[in-house]
Every structure is written in structure tokens, then in C-alpha cells.
Design a protein around this ligand. Structure first.
Ligand SMILES: [Zn+2]
Length: 385
């Protein structure tokens, strides 16, 4: 007799690991690995640094280049809870009405729980095409885990199936595209002086002000270069100055001001060229009208954009479960951008809403969680059996 609460219990176990991105994922990876091994899967641990690893479990014959089969992928880390007004312990899965609340309940341990729940019923011994499960670390802080994993798999020359489902919370809608995210650090350097004699120094904060105005202008120009208008609400490179720090005291002319800019490149864009354009604008704004400016622009991190063509076989399978038969674009980045470097076409589709993710009292609707088990069975049945 099926135990009706087993799925929720697995999710409760996963939520109980407080895998905020700064913390190790070793314990949750062991938990997942145990269940995969119990189901007869091969398990490989790809350690990136102490406490940080990606877990790959597989069953069925090894994939050929561009082969059938499927990759199911989820990240094991979650965003922090500090400072959020939770009404219950974020790491204790709590049922309220038709929803299960907890950090990671939708983003994205629900998908992992659904996979683990489905595993024993998948006839893994009889697969004709490979099933690969890829569980990553540090997705929430820039998709570092999947980047390292893809580097390793490329170095090993390990072929993987050419289709992937990432179960990020999309309220059971299909996403086949998302912009990437590029972090750039701008450092403005001035000359310190006593604030009673400001003419003896040069303010890095005033310099930053000029540079910020220049960047704002560039953002306006980029907003006119539109692409993917049928898919994106904002079909251009979106730009945000996310943090700024400068100066040390009210009575000192500041000699340093640093700010971080996030840009979201669209699929197919040359990230180096975008950053070069930003760098040029920064230099021009700093030096403009005979003023001196000492600025540097440094590319900190790139999370690639993702684009999967319309009408893949995986899309056909998911359509039966999807809220809307037409795949759309996500505004947020996923591990799918990195996976694309392996020749994998990814669709993002999963239980829970992105609006609940990252918030206090994050939750997943129980009905969507349960339905996701059927999704996993259908996808593995069609792609791997
Ligand atoms: Zn996520």
C-alpha cells in the first residue's frame, strides 16, 4: 500500500539540511547518494572544494555523443533566511492547508524529492538509454557548481544525454530560455585629503557619480537593442548597479569607491564584447570634459544564458503536464546555461512558484509536488526506457 506521506517526508528530510550556499552540502549529498545507490544507480562525487561537491548518479547504458536519455538536474543549495520574517522554522517542513512551507521547499528541493520518490518505480535495470541525475552546489550564488561540473565532464570527455529537465519552480510552466548574468566590478580611485582642503585631493565618490551616470546612459542605449521580443518581457540587456562602497570618514576626501554591476546578456551575445563596451563607457565618463579619472573594470563572474529550440522531444513529453503548452522565457538564470556547453538542451519546469522562492514562508503546493513525481516517471519512461 502506498504511504501517502512518504513524499512529504523525503522533502522534510531535504529541507532539514540547512544548505544555505555558504554552508557545506556534504550531508545532503550523502543522503541523496544513499537513495540513488539503494535504487541501483552509479554515483560519482565531483568535489569542487572542501564541503562543496556536485553529485552525479546514473543508470542504464552510458550515453553516446548527443545521445537519447535524459539528465534531471537540481541544485542542493538554498538562499539564506537571515532577516526574513518566517512564521515557522525555515528548516522544518511545515504543512499549512494545501502547501508545504520551508526554505528550499520549492527552490528546489521539491524536484529533488520527486526524483527520489520516483526512483524505486523506474525499472532502472532495464533502461535502454542513460538516466543521469546531476545535483549541484552553489547555484544560488552564480551557478558555480554546475560550471565546475561541466568543466570536469568536458575534461573527461564524458558524453551525456542531450536533453535536460531542471525542476526550478515555474508553477508547472515550461521555460526554454533565460538571459545569463554577468557580474562586473568597477573600482574608482581618487586621492585622499583632509576634507577642509578638498582641492588637495580627488574624490573617488564624485568620480563614481560621473561613471554611474555614464552606465545609466549605456543601459538606456542597450534597452533600444531589442531581441527575442516574442519571449522576453524585457527583450534587451538589463543592467543593475547592485552594491556600492566608498569612503571611510565624513572628514576625509575618499580615495576609493567600488561598485558591482550586474548585466543580463541574451543568448548568443558575446559577453566579452558587452563588457568591453561597458569598460569603454566607464573610461569615457571618467575622463570626460578634461577631467582626470582613474577607474578599472573587472569581469567577476559569468553565468551563461540558455536557449533551447522550440519543439524538442522533451517539450512534447512535458506538454501533457504543463500549465501552458507554449514554452516561455525565465527572467532568472539557471544551471542550464552551463549545461548547454555539453550540448544539452534544457527545459526548466517544476513545482512551486518563483514568486514564493527566496521569500519568507517559501512553499510548494502539495498537488504540484505530487504531480512532479508523475512528470519524472513520464520523462524517464519516454527518454530512457
Ligand atoms: Zn533555484
Amino acid at each position: 500500500m502506498p504511504a501517502p506521506h512518504r513524499l512529504a517526508d523525503v522533502l522534510a528530510d531535504l529541507v532539514a539540511f540547512p544548505t544555505v550556499s555558504s554552508e557545506p552540502v556534504t550531508a545532503i549529498a550523502d543522503y541523496i547518494a544513499d537513495r540513488c545507490e539503494a535504487a541501483g544507480m552509479r554515483v560519482e562525487r565531483y568535489e569542487t572544494s572542501p564541503g562543496k561537491l556536485n553529485l552525479v548518479a546514473s543508470a542504464g547504458p552510458r550515453a553516446q555523443e548527443g545521445g537519447r536519455g535524459v539528465v534531471l538536474s537540481g541544485h542542493m543549495d538554498v538562499v539564506p533566511v537571515a532577516g526574513q520574517p518566517w512564521t515557522s522554522d525555515p528548516f522544518v517542513l511545515t504543512r499549512r492547508g494545501d502547501n508545504l512551507h520551508g526554505r528550499g521547499s520549492c527552490d528546489m528541493k521539491a524536484f529533488i524529492a520527486a526524483i527520489l520518490e520516483a526512483l524505486p518505480s523506474l525499472a532502472l535495470k532495464n533502461l535502454s538509454n542513460e538516466l543521469v541525475l546531476a545535483f549541484t552546489h552553489d547555484e544560488e550564488v552564480g551557478c558555480h557548481g554546475s560550471r565546475a561540473l561541466v568543466d570536469r565532464l568536458l575534461a573527461e570527455g564524458r558524453p551525456v544525454p542531450d536533453a535536460c529537465l531542471i525542476g526550478e519552480p515555474t508553477s508547472m510552466g515550461m521555460f526554454r530560455m533565460h538571459p545569463g548574468h554577468v557580474a562586473v566590478r568597477v573600482t574608482c580611485v581618487g586621492q585622499a585629503a583632509h576634507s577642509s582642503k578638498p582641492d588637495l585631493g580627488r574624490s573617488a565618490i564624485v568620480l563614481a557619480g560621473r561613471v554611474l551616470a555614464g552606465i545609466e546612459g549605456l543601459g538606456t542605449e542597450w534597452a533600444r537593442r531589442r531581441q527575442f521580443e516574442d519571449l522576453l518581457e524585457r527583450p534587451f540587456v538589463v543592467l543593475n548597479v547592485g552594491t556600492i562602497a566608498g569612503g571611510s570618514a565624513i572628514n576625509i576626501v575618499p580615495d576609493r569607491c567600488v561598485f558591482d554591476v550586474g548585466l543580463r546578456p541574451l543568448p548568443g551575445m558575446d559577453v566579452e564584447a558587452l563588457v568591453a563596451e561597458l569598460r569603454q563607457r566607464v573610461q569615457e565618463s571618467a575622463e570626460g570634459r578634461g577631467r582626470r579619472g582613474d577607474v578599472s573594470v573587472e569581469l567577476i563572474r559569468t553565468t551563461p544564458a540558455m536557449l533551447t529550440p522550440e519543439g524538442t522531444a522533451l517539450q512534447g513529453i512535458l506538454t501533457a503536464f504543463a500549465r501552458d503548452p507554449r514554452p516561455r522565457a525565465a527572467s532568472f538564470a539557471t544551471d542550464g546555461g552551463n549545461l548547454e556547453r555539453l550540448g544539452i538542451q534544457t527545459l526548466v519546469f517544476g513545482p512551486g512558484s518563483i514568486d514564493a522562492a527566496h521569500q519568507a514562508d517559501e512553499f510548494v503546493p502539495i498537488a504540484e509536488l505530487e504531480r512532479t513525481v508523475d512528470v519524472v516517471r513520464a520523462v524517464v519512461g519516454s527518454r530512457c526506457a
